[in-house]
Design a protein around this ligand. Structure first.
Ligand SMILES: NC(=O)c1ccc[n+]([C@@H]2O[C@H](COP(=O)([O-])OP(=O)(O)OC[C@H]3O[C@@H](n4cnc5c(N)ncnc54)[C@H](O)[C@@H]3O)[C@@H](O)[C@H]2O)c1
Length: 257
């Protein structure tokens, strides 16, 4: 495979999950040095082992709880201390969102954990990585918004999730302005991707929900982590050197509908 990310020091959060794992493996195949993390040691270790089985190296710290500033700091300082800079920060970790309609929402148990699990985990990693990204001089932050940052749901109470993802989208635009020209910052907005998160919620496996979602996907299939990883390779590489503050939908055409 061509070495589109040769010499890139890349931090990837959530390497034990679907999209984080897919991006970490794809980045490693393209020559990047990967330092991953996850709160789940077993799934993170599995990704490290999967990489090794392909003859690739993924360095990982696990468990790291990205809602805890000290954990985030420890992970980033270990990586940056070893390599002297960070070229890419891809924030794939997220805590599955709570679904609740506005009249039923529990502020403490549903709203706050969803905002923390979708937005705070991104803010904290960007904050602590910032000086090391600046040290790179041509760094790239890749965050994950969602189709739901743009589209409301007619079926589910998605207020907390839509707001969490819109926060990531807006934050990333601001990071692009504050970071230029040394740091670029972009979002990918996936449609429904088959990952542990969507599988355990039944969204990508339950026949009825799956068919309902597929009916709105012009490409007539759900996404795979590799679909997202190809877009992330472009945004991480110097090929996208003039792309910042952008949002890239990778959704089988949903946003065009
Ligand atoms: N899968 C989809 O259909 C889809 C669609 C739109 C957006 N997204 C976004 O893409 C990103 C990745 O989604 P995914 O489906 O791969 O999720 P996933 O649940 O499969 O993976 C997320 C990973 O983050 C880890 N994690 C959770 N909380 C953590 C914490 N506090 N500290 C460290 N690690 C933690 C989990 O252990 C897991 O390995 C998320 O931001 C998600 O919102 C996904």
């Amino acid at each position: 495979m061509s070495q589109r990310l040769a010499n890139k020091i890349a931090l990837v959060t959530g390497i034990g999950g679907g999209i984080g794992r897919g991006c970490a493996l794809m980045f490693a195949r393209h020559g990047a040095t990967i330092i991953g993390c996850d709160i789940n040691p077993a799934t993170a270790a599995q990704t490290v082992a999967d990489a090794a089985a392909e003859g690739l190296t993924i360095d990982s710290m696990h468990p790291v709880d990205l809602t805890q500033p000290n954990d985030v700091k420890r992970w980033i300082e270990r990586a940056a201390g070893k390599h002297g800079r960070i070229d890419v920060l891809l924030n794939a970790a997220a805590i599955p969102p709570h679904m609740a309609r506005i009249e039923d929402i529990d502020y403490e148990r549903q709203w706050t954990p969803t905002m923390v699990g979708e937005a705070d985990v991104v803010v904290l990693a960007c904050h602590y990585a910032w000086p090391w990204l600046k040290a790179s001089g041509k760094a790239s932050i890749i965050n994950f918004a969602s189709v739901n940052a743009f589209r409301a749901s007619t079926h589910f109470g998605m207020g907390p999730h839509c707001a969490g993802k819109a926060a990531v989208l807006a934050l990333t635009r601001q990071l692009a302005i504050e970071g230029a020209p040394a740091i670029r910052a972009n979002t990918i907005s996936p449609g429904m991707v088959v990952t542990p998160a969507t599988q355990s919620a039944g969204a990508s496996t339950d026949g009825e929900i799956r068919e309902r979602i597929l009916a709105r996907v012009p490409m007539k299939r759900l996404g795979q982590p590799e679909d997202i990883a190809w877009a992330a390779v472009f945004l991480a590489s110097d090929e996208s050197g003039w792309v910042t503050g952008a949002n890239l939908p990778v959704d089988g055409g949903v946003m065009a509908n």
